[in-house]
Ligand binder design. Sequence first.
Ligand code: ZN
Length: 203
Amino acid sequence: MKIICIGRNYTKHIEELENEKPEHPVVFCKPDTAILLKKQPFFIPDFSDDVHHEVEILVKINRVGKYIDRKFAHKYYEEIGLGIDFTARDLQSQLKAKGLPWEKAKAFDGSAVIGNWMPKSEFKNVDDINFKLIKNDEVVQDGNTSLMLWKIDELIEYVSKYFTLKIGDIIFTGTPSGVGKVIANDRLKGYIEDNEVFSVAIK
Ligand code: ZN
């Protein structure tokens, strides 16, 4: 399986990192070794002093598809999740400045937290889902999928032009504002609406 991630999909997050608003979705990938195993803590890697949490709505692909039209994209997923795209921001900034790929900063081991999945049928509208990240009892990020520049079905249309989507592939749909540094002994909890879908200790 592969993980396809979208960058710069929420206006306020683009502003907080002083990035340019993209003309098309920003896309990068994480290998399956990036997945943080269930119930395991996240260990801050020794190559970064500034690892940020980015909470993101996830979509799990359940059919093989290529050049999927947005009208039919809803047939390609039945489950919605929430995860964290851990980012070594210091390293990413260096790579960005040199115009180099981001993988070392974004695709390292443990950088993809994947919470419990929820059936799509539990939501009236996938483009109106509330989600949030709580760090040590404080809400640090909250968002709603209506605020995405490119909605889930548009993202599936876009990424499937480049990558054949296969069963089990996961799309990280981008983070809202409020990204920030994690330090040892933090605990991060993710919620979709009122459901806790992950809890991760930072070491
Ligand atoms: Zn992200």
